[in-house]
Design a protein around this ligand. Structure first.
Ligand SMILES: Cc1cc2nc3c(=O)[nH]c(=O)nc-3n(C[C@H](O)[C@H](O)[C@H](O)COP(=O)(O)OP(=O)(O)OC[C@H]3O[C@@H](n4cnc5c(N)ncnc54)[C@H](O)[C@@H]3O)c2cc1C
Length: 448
């Protein structure tokens, strides 16, 4: 099977009607035609590219966004919508993985990331159901309960507004008798991801960015000191090029980038509205919720009373219909009050995983920047990365960036990554099922 970015684009389906209905209409855009000149051309109309466009326009730098499909058509318009105050890993882990100065920058930016996102939403009046009231992580077994306790203590010692929830309080705030230990991080929140993407593009356009959709980059050529980007019907000459094409980046520019990204499918489903008596008990504080299991556990409730969950499914094919029943069973185990759960919408997206789950920021050539690899944490991190890209395009020092600029590190096993990832995930599923079965067996005693 082809692994080219075109293949990923072709097989990604579309974003959810539900998310589209709940936000502002897309701004009017056109297809790029004829010859254009700009300072920076940005490829990709997701959070990363749009955040970069907005930051550049705010600095008075001319820029032009080229999106192959529609704004938010990639991962950005399909996400679950959690805004977390953390990179993929907690601060203590980041400190183990990076030199102190870089770890400090990543942790500081991640801690402030929700304020940045919710601040932009407020400043630009974006219609995206933003709820800034924290997020909850619960332990699904006793080892993870220990991890939750030490993580809560560590975050509190850093001065963050994090609370440990134990026993009755954990059960009450999650709405599930399964969880006896959880933490709530009051910095986080949730939003409509497609609404956020549409709000960002409106803000960028209003600040001076030009935006073209249905205009895929076909080729990139050096022309003197500049770059020429060619699309099916147009050309752009720019001083700088920013690649913000997420999981689709593949070998658009350089075959080695393809060997650094591991695109994996992720699935989302939204239910019919739940009855009022169920809503009053399930995540009554309105926070998005995850537990510590390996595979998808995200659950949130929309203002119209629908459940929105991340669910497991085929890793490289597009359809999770056959997996909805399994998701229902698992949810009913977690939340026994969900007796009658009917699904109204479901969709798939591609997540741009990296081997260590940290994002990548590259100078692929003089004047060509790229960032990707948010590994399922791109709402806030993509927004930050867009600003890093803008700083680099403006010629600022790398010391002022959050993420380090690194060399592309192709992984030799990339050609066989699908069976490898499949094997790894099969192990994760077995592990999760073990704990689910253990819990299922203990349920009668919990209710006795
Ligand atoms: C199902 C799902 C759930 C998620 N949930 C969350 C969550 O709850 N919280 C969180 O923080 N993160 C989440 N993520 C991750 C987050 O959505 C992504 O990290 C983020 O959207 C990446 O943004 P981006 O702009 O880098 O890439 P994308 O949004 O993928 O944008 C890339 C764009 O590039 C365009 N493109 C590709 N090729 C070309 C070309 N040749 N020319 C022009 N344009 C091109 C694509 O059409 C696409 O629109 C989730 C992801 C998925 C898939």
């Amino acid at each position: 099977m082809s692994n080219s970015p075109e293949h990923l684009l072709d097989s990604a389906g579309t974003f959810s009607d539900y998310l589209a209905q709940r936000t502002e209409p897309p701004i009017a855009t056109s297809v790029l035609q004829g010859d254009h000149q700009t300072d920076v051309v940005i490829i990709g109309g997701g959070f990363t590219g749009l955040s970069c466009a907005l930051a550049l326009a705010e600095h008075g730098v001319s820029n032009l966004v080229l999106e192959a499909r529609e704004i938010g058509w990639g991962a950005s318009g399909r996400a679950w919508g959690q805004v977390a105050a953390a990179a993929k890993f907690m601060p203590a882990q980041v400190e183990k993985d990076f030199p102190p100065e870089i770890a400090e920058r990543i942790n500081r930016a991640a801690a402030l990331a929700p304020d940045l996102v919710f601040g932009l939403i407020k400043q630009h009046g974006m219609r995206c159901d933003a709820v800034h009231n924290g997020n909850i992580i619960a332990a699904h077994n006793s080892d993870k309960a220990q991890w939750i306790r030490s993580t809560a203590a560590d975050l509190q010692s850093r001065g963050y507004p994090v609370r440990l929830l134990v026993a009755g309080e954990a059960a009450a705030l999650t709405g599930s008798p399964r969880y006896r230990c959880a933490l709530i991080d009051e910095r986080g929140g949730a939003l409509n991801p497609l609404g956020y993407a549409r709000g960002l593009v409106r803000a960028a356009r209003d600040a001076g960015s030009q935006v073209f959709t249905q205009s895929p980059l076909l080729s990139l050529q050096k022309v003197g000191a500049d770059w020429q980007v060619t699309t099916p019907q147009g050309r752009v000459i720019a001083r700088q090029v920013v690649m913000a094409t997420g999981a689709f980046t593949g070998n658009l520019l350089q075959s080695q980038t393809q060997q650094e990204i591991f695109p994996v499918r992720a699935y989302q489903a939204i239910s019919e509205p739940l009855p009022a008596e169920v809503l009053s008990t399930l995540l009554p504080g309105g926070q998005p919720f995850n537990d510590t299991r390996r595979m998808f556990s995200g659950v949130r409730v929309w203002p119209d009373g629908r459940l929105h969950v991340g669910l497991d499914g085929p890793l490289f094919r597009a359809n999770a219909s056959g997996w909805l029943q399994g998701a229902t069973k698992r949810l009913q185990l977690m939340f026994p009050q969900l007796r009658d759960l009917r699904w109204a919408y479901h969709w798939a997206g591609w997540v741009d995983m990296t081997v260590d789950h940290y994002p990548r920021l590259h100078r692929l050539a003089p004047g060509v920047l790229a960032a990707y690899g948010f590994s399922g944490r791109g709402v806030a991190i993509g927004t930050i990365m867009g600003r890093d890209l803008a700083h680099l395009a403006l010629g600022h020092s790398e010391d002022q960036l959050v993420h380090p600029v690194s060399a592309v590190q192709p992984q030799w096993y990339h050609a066989i990554h699908r069976p490898l990832v499949q094997t790894l995930v099969t192990g994760y599923r077995v592990e999760d099922r073990h704990y689910d079965n253990q819990y299922a067996r203990s349920v009668p005693s919990l209710h006795s």
